[in-house]
Write a protein of this length. Structure first.
Length: 170
């Protein structure tokens, strides 16, 4: 159900995606969707939460907490890009939500962004740089998905060079 919902939300946006088409794609009835999620907003919120949890889990599990900061960052970035690559619908919905300021889920998305920047702040020990790096990462991931001829490692290397500039500057 959540996969079908994510595909529809990513392709058509929240407002244009209908519960009927989501139910049909999931192979269930529309009343069953309402039974599980209560509303279209409830389904959307469940999908966004599920996608966010999968992204955070993948990044956290990418490297040992005792690994050097550069190794943790590289592994986390690779996990981030791999998530976006394998879960394009999830990435599209999360990215769209992260940039929508007035949406009912904006508060939740701000919390997700804070978790991500908190992880980066532990690597850089600079909150401002962590926020800037998160924005650069989101932008590069979107670009990279539109340009699959560039290897994933190349995108990670670009981000690591930005990080390296911070480490050598301060």
């Amino acid at each position: 159900m959540l996969r079908a919902a994510g595909d529809r939300f990513a392709a058509r946006g929240f407002h244009a995606a209908s519960m009927e088409e989501i139910a049909q794609a999931a192979g269930i009835s529309k009343p069953m969707l309402y039974n599980y999620f209560g509303s279209k907003e409830g389904l959307y919120a469940a999908y966004v939460r599920s996608s966010a949890q999968a992204l955070i889990r993948g990044m956290r599990e990418a490297a040992s907490p005792s690994a050097p900061a550069q190794d943790r960052l590289r592994a986390g970035l690779l996990a981030f890009l791999t998530y976006a690559e394998h879960h394009r619908a999830g990435w599209a919905v999360l990215h769209n939500e992260a940039t929508a300021q007035s949406d009912p889920l904006a508060t939740e998305m701000m919390a997700l962004r804070e978790r991500l920047t908190g992880m980066l702040n532990r690597v850089f020990n600079d909150d401002g740089f962590a926020h800037a790096f998160a924005g650069a990462t989101e932008s590069l991931v979107s670009w990279w998905l539109a340009h699959p001829e560039h290897p994933k490692d190349q995108a990670v290397d670009i981000l690591m060079s930005i990080a390296q500039s911070r480490w050598t500057a301060g």
